[in-house]
Design a protein around this ligand. Structure first.
Ligand code: FES
Length: 321
């Protein structure tokens, strides 16, 4: 994974705090004390770690703050090197390259109320959303699941917002996972769900809202693992409207790879359909979407696509490049 080449900020780790079991909180500031680009609740940054890995972390602080970004990092049991590095090697004073804040998990300001569902470290974007609700006098409630109390990041802070709006679930005390079905059944009119957490939790929410998917919004930091057999990909042609050239995309390559092979520099970050960096306009043809960021309305409109993973239903797809 690498960052889009043009967008980088340098920040320093101003503080490094143990927050809960296997969770640390990093406060990042401009090394010269300058202001940082603004962010919205739900936003994340791409962080380039000194060991060469790039990881995405949600901003958990108040989105009105411009002097710092605060992120929480859970130590993943199956870490591929990112969270272990942050937990074992990173220290106060270290300088890091990050992207400006990006947001694929936007709050709908028109919602009448907000139902947040968080699992584990997935609480981090949610807590920034709760701060926004508090600052703007908006109605919210939260279901927060963790394996046990020791692992519940930001526990005191969430309690300070008002305990009656929070449904706590600790797997070891309740003897199993959070059952979201009945919580979602009580959804009020005009209420929107925002969910971030482990794959099993997000999939159970997706199942619970299957009849009205537009009420729920998810933050995927990695594509869900699927046990379903994947459909066989076919080849198709892409026509680049502004450049006036065409290329064939074979079954074993993505549109992004074909564009790169032919000298086109498309911004990218995750290459997995989760970050929205490679979003490209569609002028004609019907994309076959495989990303995790477009809403169902955006999919139906078919005006843009993630060229790192998505393909074409039609034999020819015309892109705004
Ligand atoms: S590079 Fe992240 S969605 Fe395509």
């Amino acid at each position: 994974m690498s960052m889009a080449p043009t967008e980088k900020l340098t920040v320093k780790v101003a503080s490094y705090m143990a927050e809960a079991k296997d969770v640390i909180v990093l406060e990042l500031r401009d090394p010269n004390g300058g202001a940082l680009p603004r962010f919205e609740p739900g936003a994340h940054i791409d962080m380039a770690l000194p060991n060469g890995l790039v990881r995405q972390y949600s901003l958990l602080n108040d989105s009105r703050e411009t002097d710092r970004y605060v992120v929480g990092v859970g130590r993943a049991a199956d870490s591929r090197g990112g969270s272990v590095y942050v937990h074992q090697k990173l220290a106060e004073g270290a300088q890091l390259q990050i992207s400006p804040p990006l947001n694929n998990f936007r709050l709908d300001p028109a919602a009448q109320s907000y139902f947040f569902i968080a699992g584990g470290i997935g609480i981090t974007p949610i807590v920034s959303m709760i701060r926004w609700c508090e600052a703007n006098g908006r109605k919210w409630h939260l279901a927060y699941a963790a394996r046990n109390r020791q692992r519940a990041a930001l526990y005191e802070e969430i309690c300070s917002f008002g305990g009656e709006r929070v449904h706590w679930h600790f797997d070891d005390e309740q003897g199993g996972y959070l059952q979201v079905g009945e919580l979602v059944d009580g959804l009020g009119a005009g209420e929107q769900i925002y969910c971030c957490g482990p794959q099993a939790l997000m999939e159970s929410v997706q199942t619970a809202v299957a009849g009205c998917p537009d009420v729920a919004h998810f933050e995927w930091f990695s594509p869900p693992e699927s046990t379903e057999p994947q459909p066989e990909a076919g080849s198709f042609e892409i026509q680049l409207q502004r450049s006036g050239v065409s290329f064939t995309v074979p079954p074993d390559k993505s549109i992004l790879e074909v564009l790169e092979e032919n000298g086109f520099s498309i911004p990218f970050s995750c290459r997995e359909g989760t970050c929205r960096t490679c979003e490209t306009g569609v002028c004609a043809g019907t994309p076959e979407h495989f990303d995790y960021v477009l809403s169902s309305q955006e999919r139906a409109e078919g005006k843009s696509m993630m060229v790192c993973v998505s393909r074409s239903i039609d034999p020819v797809l015309c892109l705004d490049l």
